[in-house]
Design a protein around this ligand. Structure first.
Ligand code: GUN
Length: 287
């Protein structure tokens, strides 16, 4: 068997075109321009790249963006005051504080300060709680992107065995909840899991977000499985690879996402989606 390669770039392009139309419609019918505020604290090189890409994608899709750069030694109170001002600004529909944050700033306090109605990252406890009960407004962007990819590829979820490798708050845990909500049988594996392959071999759908290059080799994959690689790892030789041995596993899987060009382009696309939805909700609520 040779897997079909899921083209995340193409799916992202198609969705972004749909969102751009909806965004243009909001302008025409309501005079509303969806807006996002991005806060970047410090100068983490990876964060710089992510933020640049997010802002470029907003521009392409017709979303207004504002970037607030704060120095690495910014006191927590200064960041909180900025968030408060953005919470109160009706032109801002989404607030994104780029992670990681410097150590003097409490991550949970920051995430809870963002108004749940503007939490386009989906990290506020209110939205996390919604994931548990199955009615979240803003699903977190990376697992949401995976869900959209599976939907686009018409992968059946109900009753299938899903194994999620990685239990982070940003990807693994929300991913597991979202697929459980779609009636999959879900297993979460993580750093302390013993004999990982014993679990991954059961997966009809395997989602890997461990941050370990080459972690998943063909012997750990069921023939015909759908393999979604969320990992993005930079090797010493400069190559960008996922967590899955792509060349090996593609010979065994039925579908597989490449790195780059798989899940990556979907993450920012879902941020655009959430910002658009936030603007639509604000219009409906008369805000
Ligand atoms: N850093 C790495 N991933 C993310 C993300 O999805 N959102 C934010 N705000 N920061 C991140």
């Amino acid at each position: 068997m040779t897997a079909r390669i899921i083209d995340g770039k193409a799916v992202a392009r198609k969705l972004r075109a749909e969102y751009a139309e909806r965004i243009a419609g909001l302008k025409t019918h309501y005079g509303v321009l969806p807006g996002i505020a991005v806060i970047l604290v410090g100068e983490n090189p990876a964060s710089e790249v992510y933020v640049r890409n997010k802002i470029a994608a907003c521009k392409d899709t017709g979303i207004h963006s504002e970037l607030y750069r704060l120095p690495a030694d910014t006191p927590e109170a200064t960041l909180m005051a900025r968030i408060d001002a953005l919470n109160a600004d009706p032109a801002v529909h989404g607030i994104l504080v780029q992670l990681p944050l410097p150590p003097q700033i409490s991550l949970p306090d920051v995430l809870e300060r963002i108004a749940p109605d503007k939490d386009v990252d989906g990290f506020h406890l209110y939205n996390v709680g919604g994931l548990v009960t199955g009615n979240t407004v803003f699903p977190p962007c990376t697992p949401f992107g995976v869900q959209k990819l599976l939907e686009h590829e018409k992968v059946e979820i109900e009753g299938r065995n899903v194994v999620v490798v990685g239990a982070s708050n940003i990807v693994g845990k929300p991913m597991a909840l979202m697929l459980m909500q779609q009636d999959a049988t879900v297993c979460i594996c993580h750093k302390k899991t013993r004999d990982l392959g014993q679990f991954t071999l059961l997966a009809d759908i395997l989602v890997v977000a461990a941050g370990v290059p080459g972690l998943i080799v063909p012997q750990m994959v069921k023939t015909g499985a759908v393999v979604i690689d969320v990992g993005i790892n930079r090797l010493p030789d400069g190559r960008l690879v996922g967590d899955v041995d792509f060349e090996g596993v593609r010979k065994k899987a039925s579908m597989i996402t490449p790195v780059p060009g798989g899940v990556g382009p979907m993450t920012i696309t879902m941020l655009l989606h959430n910002t658009l939805v936030s603007a639509e909700r604000a219009i409906s609520a008369g805000r």
